[in-house]
Design a protein around this ligand. Structure first.
Ligand code: SF4
Length: 165
């Protein structure tokens, strides 16, 4: 009913183009298809399968960092790998977001006493959402994407509020 009132004859709808772009961004979060350790099996392989059906949220894997919006860091980041993670992040176009998946990516996890392990990927790139667990369930990753969508929506509201004074 409401949609008929909006789109019926003599009706008009005004939205800012950036609201439309952010709406599109929220519902087409493409993530980089790369994994570092065991979390990748749960985080990227299971979640992209038909059982959890991320496609319905507009969440798809892509193989090139130049085509993605989100980097899911799935696994233990060691110092040797840190440079590669940073380079991939730098190659992603703006706006971009990072999900730290699992205790290893968030804090170093069970390997944090080893000197070659980075104690959280946020030491290398800015992280938007942390997903706890070892490994986190695919549902947790799905929840992380919902949180990311909320974060993007909030950012739009804040930007519009700042502009309107
Ligand atoms: S959090 Fe657990 S499952 Fe994930 S990479 Fe670390 S050890 Fe592997």
């Amino acid at each position: 009913m409401a949609i008929e009132r909006l789109t019926g004859e003599h009706s008009m709808l005004f939205v800012r183009s950036e609201q439309l772009f952010d709406l599109a961004r929220r519902h087409s979060l493409w993530y980089l298809s790369f994994g570092i350790a065991c979390c990748a099996i749960e985080g990227l392989m299971s979640t992209s399968g038909p059982r959890f059906d991320f496609d319905r949220m507009g969440v798809f894997p892509r193989s090139s960092p130049r085509q993605v919006d989100v980097m899911i860091v799935a696994g233990t980041v060691n110092k040797k790998m840190a440079e590669t993670v940073k380079r991939l992040y730098d190659q992603m176009p703006e706006p971009k977001w990072v999900i730290a998946m699992g205790s290893c990516a968030s804090t170093g996890g069970p390997f944090r006493e080893y000197p070659n392990v980075v104690l959280g990927v946020d030491k290398i790139v800015p992280v938007d959402v942390y997903v706890p667990g070892c490994p986190p369930r695919p549902e947790s990753v799905q929840y992380a994407f919902i949180q990311l969508q909320k974060k993007i929506a909030k950012r739009t509201e804040e930007r519009l509020a700042a502009r309107n004074g």
